[in-house]
Design a protein around this ligand. Structure first.
Ligand code: ADP
Length: 643
């Protein structure tokens, strides 16, 4: 109806919402599907990358290992820390470097002087204990040029001296014996036996400090692989040496692990058929909690193997491969035959993994490769996904903005249509009142031919007012139409403002005589203005008309003309219903009517103020309004004064 901008009907809102929601939902659904597919694709690509990476790791390891295998086949004796090569041939074992093995599966026995050499001395010592004589016999023999005889004699001499309490001499004798190398005495290397015997003697004498020093020396000699020993001999001496020196008990040390592994390989070699064709292999061997990588080569008469610790693998074989893995943005790990991860740190949660078993890779370990990072972090895909999401967001916001604009445009159109139909209704109403009056008085004149002059005069006056009102209504509508089209020509001339206002008020008084209102003209200010008399009169008239219309109880209207600096002010004040603050700006728009005008059923078309505003603007002025609901309003036209 007359509202100041209402919402479109519910059905329209629902329709627009429906039109927006369905494509939006489809768009969102499509977007989600697209992102899901993208993610799957990314997963596939990462998997492919990891598979390729696993193959590269395998190839890299193959290369690194075959370099070592070539050196092994060539019989290289120099190996970096952490590896030992062993060679088995005709019942003998060689280790390179030998010092890295605590003991060997078999050893070539060292030369030892035959028992008969010492038969005489032994008889003096044991059968008829005449130790002094035995000592002399051994002293003589200890001068022999053959180191084996010398060693056997010194060992026995030391024993006799010790047994007779001549400890100091015994220690010196063993010290002499310690200097003889590469011969055996009492079934073990002479220098080893000498060190051991000295330690025993020191223990017997409770000379702990010296014992510890002697035992440490024995221990380090054992560790350095100075003597070719078998396992049982090594463990016997190593056990006592550890006890005396206060060091850790033997077992689990690198040299011991190598020795044990060599023992395993030796057993296997002995089980092999001697005539079997040449073969080679790579495997991992778990010994004493450590996993050794073993490369072996067998030819009909010999067997070679390289045993490598994890440290060796890491420093010699893996560096180049780690580089490859980094380039491929993946990590990798190596598992031994028992499934234990020997190298690399593979996170359990890696979604994309590729495995190559030891058998298919022909390596000592199985290889596991994994992509670095979580799915969704691959940079190319992430960029694409961000673009995709941004695109979708743009589309969604564009769709939302478009439907908002459509809803707004539609509701505006509806409001204008409503205002126009209201206007037509209001105009018809405006016309009806004077037309009814005209008809009534015309009828009276027609039917009562012999009316008195006074009554006739009243009828004519009423007809005059009604036609005047109709004329003004039509003219103002035509004028409004012309103004809207911008086709209203203004003819400006110099006018006295107070005079012009007085004329309008006069005319209005005459017109509104029946309306029982008082129009008071106050103020004495005046000025010349440039004005189109007819147009400005209409503007003032509209204000007067409103002042009367919207003052149903207080029909006293005050019109004042005054000067303020360069402006002339024409103020029209009433004590009527007033205008609420939120309507004060809107009422100057065409067809706009106030809430009160509507509810109180006060006639009007909603174009009066719009016209007044346009006319005053054409005069380079403006219309201001002050109002207090229930107290009244003052509309003031401000115009530039001319002189
Ligand atoms: P109308 O034909 O409705 O009077 P106008 O453009 O002249 O159209 O006025 C617009 C609206 O401004 C009116 O509907 C009314 O609500 C409000 N208005 C104008 N003048 C006054 C006034 N003197 N006192 C109270 N309200 C007024």
């Amino acid at each position: 109806m007359y509202s100041m901008g209402s919402l479109p009907p519910r059905s329209l809102i629902l329709l627009i919402a429906g039109i927006t929601v369905v494509p939006l939902a489809t768009l969102v659904w499509l977007g989600r599907r697209l992102l899901e597919q993208d993610r799957v694709l990314e997963g596939q690509q990462v998997q492919q990358r990891v598979e390729r990476g696993a193959d590269l790791v395998v190839a890299g390891l193959q290369r690194a290992l075959s370099v070592s295998e070539q050196r092994l086949a060539a019989g290289s004796e120099q190996w970096p820390d952490g590896a030992v090569a062993v060679a088995f041939r005709d019942g003998s074992v060689e280790a390179y470097p030998g010092a890295r093995m605590a003991y060997l599966p078999v050893v070539q026995p060292l030369r030892e002087a035959p028992e008969v050499t010492f038969a005489h001395g032994d008889e003096l010592e044991f059968r008829q204990p005449r130790r002094d004589h035995a000592v002399n016999v051994y002293r003589e023999l200890a001068k022999a040029s053959d180191p084996a005889i010398r060693a056997g004699a010194l060992l026995r001499l030391g024993r006799n001296l010790g047994n007779t309490g001549r400890n100091q001499e015994a220690l010196a004798t063993y010290a002499q014996l310690r200097a003889i190398e590469r011969v055996s005495a009492g079934g073990a290397p002479a220098d080893l036996v000498a060190q051991y015997a000295r330690s025993k003697l020191l223990e017997k004498q409770k000379r702990w400090g010296e014992l510890r020093a002697e035992a440490q020396r024995l221990r380090s000699d054992l560790d350095s692989g100075r003597w070719p020993l078998t396992g049982p001999v090594y463990w016997l001496y190593a056990g006592d040496a550890a006890k005396w020196s206060g060091g850790a008990a033997p077992g689990g040390r690198q040299a011991e692990v190598f020795a044990e592994a060599a023992g395993v390989l030796w057993e296997r070699w002995n089980w092999m058929r001697p005539g079997a064709p040449a073969s080679s292999g790579r495997e991992s061997l778990a010994i004493g909690g450590q996993t050794l990588a073993v490369l072996w080569q067998r030819s009909p008469g010999s067997f070679r193997a390289l045993m490598a610790t994890p440290g060796f693998v890491e420093s010699q074989w893996l560096p180049a491969i780690s580089q490859v893995a980094k380039q491929q943005r993946m990590t990798f790990g190596l598992r031994d035959s028992e499934g234990k991860m020997v190298f690399g740190t593979l996170l359990a949660g890696e979604a994309h993994q590729a495995t190559r078993s030891a058998a298919e890779a022909a390596l000592p370990w199985s290889v596991v490769a994994a992509g670095i990072g979580q799915p969704g972090q691959d940079s190319d895909f992430a960029v694409r996904r961000r673009l995709l999401i941004a695109g979708f967001l743009l589309l969604v916001s564009m769709a939302l903005a478009a439907s908002y604009l459509i809803a707004r445009a539609v509701s505006r159109e509806l409001a204008v249509a409503r205002l126009q139909s209201d206007f037509v209704a209001a105009v018809s109403h405006e016309f009806r009142t004077p037309l009814t009056a005209l008809r009534q008085f015309t009828e009276m004149l027609r039917e009562h031919r012999n009316l008195g002059d006074d009554r006739r005069q009243v009828c004519y006056e009423a007809q005059w007012r009604a036609t005047g009102r109709l004329t003004r209504l039509v003219e103002s509508l035509l004028d409004f139409g012309r103004m809207e089209a911008g086709a209203r020509p203004y003819e400006f001339e110099q006018r006295d403002c107070a005079e012009l206002v007085r004329q309008v008020v006069e005319e209005f008084r005459r017109e509104a005589r029946t309306a029982a209102c008082e129009i008071e003209l106050v103020g004495n200010g005046t000025a010349e203005i440039e004005a189109d008399g007819e147009a400005l009169s209409r503007a003032i008239w509209n204000l007067l008309d409103n002042a009367v219309k919207y003052s149903p109880d207080h029909r006293a209207v005050e019109v004042a003309v005054s000067r303020r600096q360069d402006s002339v002010l024409i103020a029209v004040r009433d004590r009527g219903i007033g205008i609420p603050a939120h309507e004060r700006a809107a009422i100057f728009a065409k067809f706009r009517r106030g809430e009160q005008a509507r509810t109180r059923r006060i006639q009007g078309t909603g174009i009066g103020l719009a016209m007044a505003d346009q006319i005053v603007k054409a005069h380079h002025g403006r219309v201001e309004v002050e109002s207090e609901p229930g107290q009244g309003s003052t509309f003031t036209i401000l115009l530039p004064a001319k002189g």
